[in-house]
Design a protein around this ligand. Sequence first.
Ligand code: GN1
Ligand code: MG
Length: 366
Amino acid sequence: MDNLVTVADQFKAQGKVVTVEEYGNGNVNDTFIVTLASAEEKYFILQRINTRVFRQPELIMLNMRTFTEHVHQRLRHVPVSPDRRWEVVRVLRTEDDQDHWIAPGGSFWRAISFIDRSQSFDTIKDIEHAREVGIALGMFHNLLSDLPSEKLVDTLEGFHITPRYLNHYHEVMAENRPKKTPEINYGLQFIEKRREWAHILEKAKGEGRLDLRPIHGDPKVNNVMIDNTTGQAISIVDLDTVKPGLVHYDIGDCLRSGCNPLGEDIDQWERVRFDPELCQAILQGYLSLARDFLTENDYEYLYDAIRLISFELGLRFFTDYLEGNVYFKADHQEHNLARALIQFRLTESIESQKKAIRSIIRDMTQ
Ligand code: GN1
Ligand code: MG
């Protein structure tokens, strides 16, 4: 285990490192908040990248650079409206002017500025918060809408390609014989019933109906920073999965996260439901900034995107449980199974409200 203060000391900051503490609920990387003895900059974020997931972490840093340079330039030419503060995180350099530091044991570390006077939440608090989360994603897509997606490298091959997760699930199933508990049986049947439909977005992409664009990849509620005073969204953080993809992955992910008021880590998975009112508010916020670059085809696949990304995350958790928790960090043996059931239940709730969700989308696009 690396000494955290020694690691934090590798990065150039405004003041002396006072403490380093665990931060947030990331499922993949390890995140810490560093407190500094400085009046100008009190904190920064320190992360150990999970290199079993991100095999080429230098590529993440390259994309972050492409992203931040593009956005800074865009904001210089077309500033955000005067009543909104919008911030982009900065990558801190090391004493040798690198954007990361590799510890003697081989672990990969990087540091990122902390968005001052802001916080994030694991679940949506109210309709206003929902709208702000939508605005944040709209702002993000808007700022990147003129960056050709080829400028970004693929840092995580297969990410959000549902058929690839299905293939992997079948491979894992072929090698393991899961116990036949009621929960596992439910999961197995759940996946089986949806395996044909699960190709929907990749099929549309293959047919040229949906195009690749720069995406965030993980715009869940707790990656949206909210200003402590105004309650407005002021940044989206966690840029590790910024890469070419379908905006549908992002919209689906934002809604599966935002419209699940109980959150993605609760005990009673049967109680999980998808809230259409929050969906409406998030979409309203999103479309207030994204309307101009969405096509008719884009709208046609929105409902399926919401359903698919919930299903896909359930499938990813379920497979990881069967495989022995090799991808997502787990607090206990059955943790990823419990997380999977929550996403499957959420998917069912989306399916049972298909008409209402489709009509929300239709009303908003007319
Ligand atoms: C992972 O590590 P974290 O919490 O930022 C995952 C996302 C999932 C999310 C579910 C690289 O994100 O795809 O939606 O968990 N990130 C990766 O909470 O797989
Ligand atoms: Mg993430």
